[in-house]
Design a protein around this ligand. Structure first.
Ligand SMILES: Nc1nc2c(ncn2[C@@H]2O[C@H](COP(=O)(O)OP(=O)(O)OP(=O)(O)O)[C@@H](O)[C@H]2O)c(=O)[nH]1
Ligand SMILES: [Mg+2]
Length: 694
């Protein structure tokens, strides 16, 4: 069934790993009548964690989508992964949702991934709430968790549901807005009842806060509130809608998903107060290149965005689309602006996890799935054909963990290549690249777990046997002083001979200037026609330096003299002479190795600050600065050699118990000497020996 824009709500459930997102999602689907019985994450049968890799590891890895109907509204829920290795899928659901519900473990308080997600949501000005989970645990503490939220988010949570008891004596929640209690009913759906007298004061106080929050909705309401000291039901409703859409307060819920508790007041709130897609905008780039905010509007011509691509064993390629403008209809024709191609829309679906349900139409604001699309890729824009806008691609964090991989059998090379291509379409935080210099295929993921999951798929699903190793560092060589050398290439025994003499002068260039070639021949000792041959020879010499065979950079090469033979000289002879002259001069020019230095930014909880800093120093790193990000998170900026960072995601994980994260990018090349250089030279010799053996 299709829902019109005013009847749609999109909610992303996100938060630190293990806080109970998938369990909440599962029980919401149960309470919403979508599934007959909720399953546990441990059983491997939940709607949210349905892929083999999720069932195997008992954690979420991919975003899942399902919906319930409540009060005539279609509520799309996204279950998202908690591990920072899979943030890409969380962020794409943020874009597709008008409301984000952050789960906070009632025992542990706000954890680091949730703080990072909060910061991302701040940037998007996205309305958000919190759901405090696991209130049935003795260690859970509602008030302490609220205080932690206040402290770490610098925002005031407004209580929408108040838990009745905790641990073994947990009984249910009170819906502060609608003034009802909801009692746990064993495995059944919670039951509505009167508020017990002992909670009445607490509810009255919470309700007062709620009315204050509603009064912030607009100026007229605030005036009214100041005059009358209260708001009526309609004003309260309107005020909450407006204040939430503007992210003026953070609704706080509590519950026990496993007991279906706290869920009805939650979905009622979303249905009644949750942001309407029409209050949200997406960002598009117009034909003239300007960026524009495009409101979600069913009355404009079709514009939709592909937010995700998955490949299903039975249904093949599935493109997840969020309709921003107009309607998307099954069996119609649209235009893929990003690829500049017509796209035939065949079947259209909504989904309940992996289960697809065919529909005729998706209205603006809704999220659905297109199957077997011929042209659509993630981030593509689909329009009615005459609109020339494209949506701005989602900004995702850069992958930081890399592994070199190659198929053991040559015949699997193509299959591996195809798989990697598809994997990058499914997952925009995964990359792969062939490095012609080191002759390796390197895959990049957000962390070791992310990369290992891809490797498992290669081995188990694709049945490709692969070898992996730490990627080689792209070292460079350069010179540190001027030198000159001459070389004569001469073969004049019998037949057509070869002759060319080249005298070169070389000098260091500033870092980053790469290469400069100067023809400084006076008096025609070498004819002009041979100079291109000389330059080719120099470039060949520079392609593999004399120290360890790495490319040579930042050198000025001048040909100052030479000699030619009227019959035996040729371009080839000059090329060979120049290559050897270059190598000879480089040996005289105090050559040195250069290593890539990376800029790294690390985010850690303050208790790990010292350990992380001393680890970076131990990695030959230079700390550039440090500052506090709030919420107990510290940012450290440093420069560290790439060679020391190849396994940094693993090291950081172990130092910070999995809570730290980092970004890294290339900055510059810097000379190395002594023992470190000796080791690079030795390693280069050994891999060159291997290469010749192959
Ligand atoms: N006691 C109790 N345990 C819960 C509750 N909700 C979830 N859990 C348990 O917490 C564990 C983690 O739950 P998940 O639903 O997988 O958490 P998640 O946030 O989806 O985890 P990731 O997807 O890995 O980030 C499971 O063992 C759940 O059974 C709750 O309300 N009470
Ligand atoms: Mg999960």
């Amino acid at each position: 069934m299709s829902y019109t824009t005013d009847l749609i709500k999109n909610v992303s459930i996100a938060g630190h790993g293990g806080t109970g997102k998938t369990t909440l999602f599962e029980h919401l689907l149960f309470v919403g009548g979508v599934i007959p019985k909720p399953e546990t994450v441990e059983s491997g049968k939940t709607v949210g964690d349905s892929s083999p890799e999720e069932i195997d590891r008992k954690i979420s890895i991919h975003a899942a989508l399902a919906h319930i109907e409540r009060k005539g509204k279609k509520i799309n829920f996204f279950d998202t992964p908690g591990s920072s290795d899979f943030t890409g899928d969380v962020i794409l659901t943020f874009r597709a949702s008008e409301f984000v519900l952050l789960t906070v473990d009632g025992r542990a308080g706000v954890q680091i991934e949730t703080i990072k997600l909060w910061r991302n949501l701040e940037g998007r000005k996205k309305p958000r709430g919190v759901f405090i989970t696991k209130m049935d645990d003795e260690r859970a503490d509602f008030n302490k968790t609220l205080a932690d939220i206040k402290d770490k988010f610098k925002a005031t949570p407004v209580i929408l549901t108040l838990p009745m008891g905790k641990g073994a004596s947990y009984q249910g929640v009170i819906d502060v807005l609608n003034e009802k209690a909801y009692w746990v009913q064993g495995e059944a759906v919670e039951k509505e009842g009167a508020i017990p007298p002992e909670y009445q004061d607490a509810v009255a106080a919470a309700r007062e806060r709620l009315i204050e929050a509603a009064a912030e909705g607009n100026d007229a309401l605030m005036e009214h509130y100041i005059e009358q000291g209260s708001l009526d039901a309609a004003e309260l409703h309107q005020g909450l809608v407006e204040a939430l859409a503007d992210h003026k307060f953070v609704p706080a819920f509590a519950g026990v998903s496993l007991k279906n508790s706290g869920l009805i007041p939650l979905v009622d709130f979303i249905a009644d107060i949750g942001p309407d897609p029409r209050s949200a905008k997406d960002v598009s780039r117009e034909a003239d290149g300007t960026l524009k905010e495009l409101p979600i509007d069913p009355d404009r011509p079709l514009a939709a965005l592909v937010i995700k691509t998955t490949y299903d064993q039975f249904s093949g390629k599935l493109s997840w689309v969020k309709v921003i403008n107009g309607r998307l209809s099954a069996d119609s024709e649209a235009f893929n602006v990003s690829e500049n191609k017509k796209e035939r829309i065949g079947k259209l679906y909504t989904c309940q996890g992996k289960k697809l349900e065919e529909i005729r139409e998706l209205y603006a604001g809704d999220v659905g799935i297109l199957s077997k699309s011929a042209t659509l890729n993630t981030n593509n824009t689909l329009t009615a054909g005459n609109a020339s806008l494209t949506f701005v691609p989602l900004r995702l964090p850069e992958p930081v963990h890399s592994v070199a991989v190659n198929a053991v059998a040559k015949k699997d090379d193509d299959k591996l290549g195809e798989f990697l291509l598809r994997a990058t379409d499914e997952d925009k935080t995964f990359r792969h690249a062939f490095n012609p210099e080191t002759k390796e295929t390197v895959i990049f993921g957000m962390g070791e777990l992310h990369v290992n999951i891809i490797l498992d798929k290669i081995k188990q699903n694709q049945k490709i046997e692969v070898e992996t190793h730490i990627p080689r560092v792209p070292y460079r060589e350069t010179i540190t002083k001027k030198a000159s050398a001459e070389y004569t290439h001469k073969k004049q025994t019998g037949g057509h001979g070869q002759y060319g003499k080249v005298v070169l002068e070389i000098a260091p260039l500033p870092r980053g200037e790469q290469y400069k070639f100067i023809n400084a021949i006076f008096g025609g000792a070498v004819s002009r026609g041979y100079i291109p041959g000389v330059e080719k020879g120099v470039l060949e010499g520079m392609a593999a330096g004399v120290m360890a065979g790495y490319p040579v950079v930042d050198v000025e090469v001048k040909i100052v003299d030479g000699k030619e033979h009227p019959v035996d000289s040729s371009e080839l002879a000059f090329k060979l002479a120049a290559r050897n002259a270059f190598r000879e001069s480089m040996r005289q020019a105090a050559p040195t190795l250069l290593e890539p230095i990376m800029n790294i930014t690390v985010f850690v909880e303050d208790k790990y600050l010292g350990d992380v800093m001393s680890d970076l120093s131990g990695k030959r790193g230079k700390i550039l600065g440090q500052n506090s990000m709030g919420g107990g998170i510290e940012e450290i900026r440093a420069q560290v050699p790439q060679a020391e960072l190849l396994r940094y995601s693993i090291d950081l994980r172990s130092i910070t118990s999995g809570t730290g994260s980092f970004n890294v990018e290339f900055d510059h090349y810097s000379p190395i000497s002594g023992k470190i250089a000796d080791e690079v030279i030795k390693a280069a010799q050994s891999f060159r020996v291997q290469e010749t053996e192959e």
